[in-house]
Design a protein around this ligand. Structure first.
Ligand SMILES: O=C(O)c1ccccc1NCC(=O)[C@H](O)[C@H](O)COP(=O)(O)O
Length: 201
């Protein structure tokens, strides 16, 4: 099970996630997110993770090409274009700049459910409000869960990740609110508990 911990802003939390066994760490750089990282915070996470985990720049309100240039400038491994702001042409524009782009979306947007449909390496299916900690009805994926490198997110936590994995059998899982004590406040204890539960699932 591939495990991504999202919304990190410190080297300590990145190291905690990686030591626990996480495969990816996400840094959110939306203007409006409670988890918005500065360039220096992003660099600290990247430096702590280099060679040990995929570093993922997550955006939902930055033009795709600018986001891709930001990912390249800061040294991220992956760009995650998240949500309704991005269409197929945005993915093409980003892929001109960086080789690895992930597509994060939700079923209410009626997205293509084939991994790679817009050139992405990984498809992430999330709740309609990303980073909200809200769950969504995974049974909506009955008979149409994607194949291949796709992740589930949205209201996951150490307590429910196993149930989610059993329900939809994803390639990977992604979490943010479920490893926090308050919006934007990551907990090392919860990060460890989530990674351990996900790896056991
Ligand atoms: O985390 C945010 O604030 C955020 C804002 C806008 C777009 C994406 C955002 N996060 C993306 C993630 O990858 C989250 O891990 C994912 O949405 C799951 O969030 P949560 O339900 O809080 O675990």
């Amino acid at each position: 099970m591939y495990v991504k911990i999202c919304g990190l802003r410190t080297a300590d939390h990145a190291q905690t996630a990686i030591e626990a066994g996480a495969h990816a760490v996400g840094v959110v750089m939306n203007r409006t997110s409670a988890r918005r990282a500065s360039d220096d915070e992003a660099r600290a996470v990247i430096e702590a993770s280099r060679g040990s985990a995929d570093t993922v720049l997550v955006v939902n309100d930055m033009p795709a090409e600018h986001a891709a240039r930001t990912a390249r400038r800061l040294g991220f491994d992956v760009l995650q274009l998240h949500g309704r702001a991005y269409g197929e042409q945005d993915f093409a524009a980003a892929l001109e700049v960086v080789p690895r782009v992930w597509r994060a979306t939700s079923l209410d947007l009626d997205p293509p459910l084939e991994v790679g449909a817009w050139g992405e390496e990984v498809l992430l299916l999330d709740a309609p409000k990303p980073g909200s900690g809200e769950r969504w009805d995974l049974s909506d994926l009955a008979d149409r869960a994607p194949d291949g490198t796709w992740m589930v997110a949205g209201g996951l936590s150490p307590a429910n990740v196993r149930e989610a994995v059993d329900a939809v059998r994803p390639w990977g899982v992604d979490v943010s609110s479920g490893v926090e004590t308050a919006p934007g406040e990551k907990s090392s204890e919860l990060i460890r508990a989530f990674v351990e539960a996900a790896l056991r699932a």
